[in-house]
Design a protein around this ligand. Structure first.
Ligand code: SF4
Length: 221
């Protein structure tokens, strides 16, 4: 279907509101796909998820958290040893350094508590902005920003919510466009949409309820 671009600010705002309604219809109760029972486990799982599928991470973390049940356990283990435990997630040497470094920093500087503040969380090894947004949003329910992963990057562009390619700039655009009370849910919804429908190579536009609002040149007929 040929879709007309919104011309005025009011039309753009109305279109974004409609997109959010449709996302709520399509993905009403989506949450973080990484299994975790507290914010520390979520931080570890998110660090492990870099360049790795959530499915693989979810296969590794149950055994990992049985072997190292506390932050102290992760702080005490040598990175070379931990690397072998997380080998199947890829980039295991760097990830092991990040996880042990994060555990030590949180114990030494934050009394063993995961910081609930973006600025402080960004000082923790392995916690770049995307990871920090995941931990704050899904670990604590704090909307500090929008998680921008590859799905959010691709689909925000396809839906013309940004023209940027840099994740930090995309996040700024989304924070301006999406109401703050939707930041956490929006990224979960878009990540699910990216996996199920708006896939990278050939989006399944025929089964996409956002199609009447989407004028991406990537659309398939
Ligand atoms: S219509 Fe196609 S390109 Fe647009 S959001 Fe849906 S699946 Fe993605």
């Amino acid at each position: 279907m040929a879709v007309t671009k919104p011309k005025t600010a009011a039309e753009r705002k109305a279109r974004v509101a409609k997109i959010l309604v449709v996302l709520d219809e399509m993905y009403p109760n989506v949450t973080c796909a990484l299994h975790h029972s507290n914010a520390w486990e979520l931080l570890v799982a998110t660090i492990l998820s870099a360049q790795c599928t959530d499915k693989r991470v979810n296969e590794v973390t149950p055994g990992l958290f049985r072997k190292y049940p506390t932050i102290q356990d992760f702080a005490a283990v040598a990175p070379e040893v931990l690397a072998q435990d997380i080998r199947s997630t890829g980039f295991f040497n760097n990830k092991a350094k990040s996880v042990t470094g994060a555990a030590r920093k949180i114990l030494n500087e934050f009394h063993g508590e995961i910081p609930r503040d973006m600025e402080q969380l960004l000082t923790v090894p392995g916690a770049a902005r995307k990871t920090a947004n995941v931990v704050l949003g899904s670990g604590f329910g704090i909307a500090s920003g929008v998680v921008v992963d590859t799905h959010v990057q691709r689909i925000s562009k396809r839906l013309d919510l940004t023209k940027e390619t840099d994740p930090v700039k995309i996040e700024k655009d989304l924070m301006k466009t999406i109401p703050k009370d939707k930041w956490i849910l929006f990224s979960h919804q878009i990540i699910h949409h990216g996996r199920a429908v708006c896939i990278a190579r050939t989006p399944r536009c025929a089964e996409c309820k956002l199609e009447p609002l989407c004028y991406s040149k990537d659309k398939t007929s």
